[in-house]
Design a protein around this ligand. Structure first.
Ligand code: ARG
Length: 652
């Protein structure tokens, strides 16, 4: 649908003026913006106030209040002797239009309801034309729109980022799910997206793993199950290392010198190995590379099960020595880099903000820290991608870390770069392991979720849909269960893993969404829609409840994706999908009731007279066809939402 196509459609609805133009309005993105534009235009004319002020005063109303748009009168700064009467005074000035019914007063608001006779005729063709693009807004990320071929802006989304040879934690799982969704949302809004995995593949922990490999590593066990074996080695060496680590912590807490403890034993072995890694000694690098390669292979396969593909497996190891040097030299030049007891530090408390304290960038043995690598990585990525924005999807436990990273970039005089960086934090889910059994790696987590779903399906004799307890179905359902459980909660809220609600076929869960989807598909498939176009449908059959409720909700979808995008909150989309499903279910109920009453209807009377009254007669085939078309277009909306969330329908 182009603007021209849209205007033709508008004309058919009986509107004789083209869509009024407002800079804030995108009628090609959101059909509600069409209503907003006409309303603002009319209101500014009849109330004689500034057009743009009026557009700003038009708000989406809560659909539960039974209205669609609200005009907030105080925002119009109208002069009135009797402010209490203002709404009533304004009210009488409106005439009904093809799009909107007469307004209703509501305190300082005027509420407007979409006219149900034009609603299906505007919204359904609109969505049917947009199809999988409905809810997207590819123009949002266009750089210079006056250029002949505007280039989309680039965003780097960094997410998942597990550490090699250690557990894939609940925080990594949430970063994976949320990060992929945030990346998809940006793509749908026209951004050129780079999906980046910043592996924890460098640092002293890798040195420790190598020390462990020297003691407990077995070629044979590694061949059989490399990931499991590496975890085991890491666990064993960590156990052996624990007393030393605790002693050092005690010394630090008592403000005693830690050097004597940290320069011997496993401490010394670990640091020596890591130093050799940093100096690129072949045997050290070889071992590290084997570990890295096997992990990247493993993770790529696990991510593929979630339909996630990274453009780059970067990692702490990949940060270039040049960028590290550049960062250090600029920080030194700016006078914020100091030597302290053999280490190089930034004292944030001196240069502000105070709360960030003191951090080591280069340790006593000369090795780089997590913080230094993170700062330098920004410069690498800036060179490589020249991004317009970079988003880190990492647990809120690292809030302070990212504040330091961004602050350091500012100290370097690169506020321009720091302004492009954003940390999207989230609360960590609880109880992944006990609930899903003993899970240490992403693949295990998925497997456990799949078996949990399999058990639920097995226990249920009559699943509410024709999915069947097959391996493939359980796989899709298990993944949906995991993804939906995470997405049900806003980022700021943690949650406890609960295999029962995760697998439930009722309420708000992945499998229940899939069940509703399957039911919706069944309804569509059992109708005679084959070869039928929307233009063939008599939309008059969709001009009342419950169909209009579904259509009004469908019209909101682009606003929903927009809100999810702006706030990095994909949960908004899932909540919306459950509402849409609920409305659809009431349509099914309505239709089912009609079925039950079949044959009991009285008298002749055409469908026109009896539809919507308590007098039930079998619905004419045209009505049933119109409903099926509505379901089909609604399914498109559900599809679009699911695809952003990373959910694949189990049945189509
Ligand atoms: N590997 C880190 C961890 O598991 C997460 C990395 C987050 N990203 C970053 N740029 N620091 O805690």
């Amino acid at each position: 649908l182009s603007i021209a196509g849209l205007e033709a459609l508008i004309e058919e609805l009986g509107l004789d003026t083209p869509i009024p133009d407002f800079p804030q309005s995108s009628p090609l993105r959101s059909p509600i913006d069409i209503y907003r534009a006409y309303l603002a235009d009319t209101a500014s004319a009849v109330l004689q106030c500034d057009r743009h002020l009026t557009y700003e005063a038009v708000q989406s109303a809560n659909i539960r209040d039974n209205s669609d748009l609200a005009l907030v009168l105080p925002k119009l700064k109208l002069k009135s002797d009797k402010p209490k009467e203002l709404a009533k005074e304004c009210l009488v000035k409106f005439k009904p239009t093809p799009l909107l019914q007469l307004p209703l007063p509501d305190g300082v608001h005027l509420r407007f309801i979409f006219s149900t006779s034009t609603l299906p005729r505007l919204i359904l063709p609109y969505i049917d034309d947009r199809k999988s693009e409905y809810g997207h807004n590819p123009s949002l990320a266009l750089g210079d729109v006056s250029a002949p071929n505007p280039i989309p802006k680039k965003v780097v989304v960094e997410f998942s980022s597990p550490n090699l040879a250690s557990e894939f934690t609940a925080a990594h799982l949430r970063s994976t799910i949320l990060g992929a969704q945030i990346a998809n949302l940006h793509e749908s809004m026209g951004w050129d997206v780079v999906r980046l995995n910043y592996l924890g593949d460098w640092g002293k922990e890798l040195g420790l793993l190598a020390v462990g490999w020297g003691r407990f590593g077995s070629e044979e066990a590694f061949q059989k199950g490399p990931m499991g074996h590496l975890l085991e080695v890491y666990e064993k060496i960590s156990e052996l290392f624990r007393p030393e680590k605790e002693a050092s912590k005690r010394a630090r807490d008592e403000r005693q010198d830690t050097a004597t403890i940290e320069t011997r034993g496993i401490f010394a072995e670990r640091d020596a190995f890591f130093k050799r890694m940093e100096e690129h000694e072949p045997d050290a690098v070889d071992l590290w590379k084997r570990i890295r390669d096997v992990s990247v292979g493993y993770y790529s396969r696990a991510y593929a099960r979630l339909d996630i593909e990274f453009d780059e497996f970067s990692g702490e190891s990949q940060v270039s020595p040049e960028s590290i040097e550049e960062v250090e030299s600029i920080l030194r030049e700016k006078g914020v880099y100091e030597e302290s007891g053999g280490s190089w530090i930034i004292d944030f408390s001196k240069h502000g903000p105070k709360s960030l304290g003191v951090s080591v960038l280069r340790g006593r043995t000369g090795s780089t820290s997590y913080l230094l690598r993170d700062i330098a990585a920004i410069f690498d990525r800036d060179k490589r991608y020249s991004f317009d924005k970079m988003i880190y999807v990492v647990t809120s436990e690292q809030d302070v870390h990212f504040s330091k990273v961004f602050q350091a970039v500012r100290y370097m005089g690169r506020g321009d770069l720091a302004d492009k960086l954003e940390h999207v934090g989230f609360a960590k889910p609880q109880g992944l392991s006990p609930q899903l059994g003993k899970v240490h790696l992403l693949g295990d987590i998925i497997d456990q979720s799949v078996s949990a779903v399999q058990a639920t399906l097995g226990a249920k004799h009559d699943t509410p849909f024709q999915i069947g307890n097959t391996e493939a179905a359980a796989n899709v359902l298990g993944i949906s269960a995991l993804v939906a459980q995470d997405t049900l909660h806003k980022r700021a809220n943690g949650y406890s893993f609960n295999t029962k609600s995760l697998c439930s076929l009722e309420g708000e869960s992945g499998p229940s969404l899939q069940a509703s989807y399957a039911k919706l598909s069944a309804k569509i498939n059992e109708s005679d829609l084959d070869g039928v176009q929307l233009a063939d449908i008599d939309l008059e059959y969709l001009q009342e409840d419950p169909w209009t409720e579904v259509i009004r909700l469908m019209a909101q979808y682009p606003d929903i994706t927009h809100a999810a995008y702006r706030t990095h909150e994909p949960s908004v989309i899932l909540a919306y999908l459950f509402r849409l499903i609920e409305e659809l279910a009431s349509c099914f109920d309505d239709a089912d009731e009609d079925d039950e009453d079949e044959g009991e209807g009285e008298g002749p009377g055409g469908p026109e007279e009896t539809r919507g009254t308590s007098l039930k007669v079998p619905e004419p085939p045209e009505a049933i066809l119109a409903q099926a078309m509505l379901y089909k277009i609604a399914r498109q909306v559900v599809d679009n939402g699911m695809s952003i969330l990373g959910l694949t329908p189990v049945i189509t």
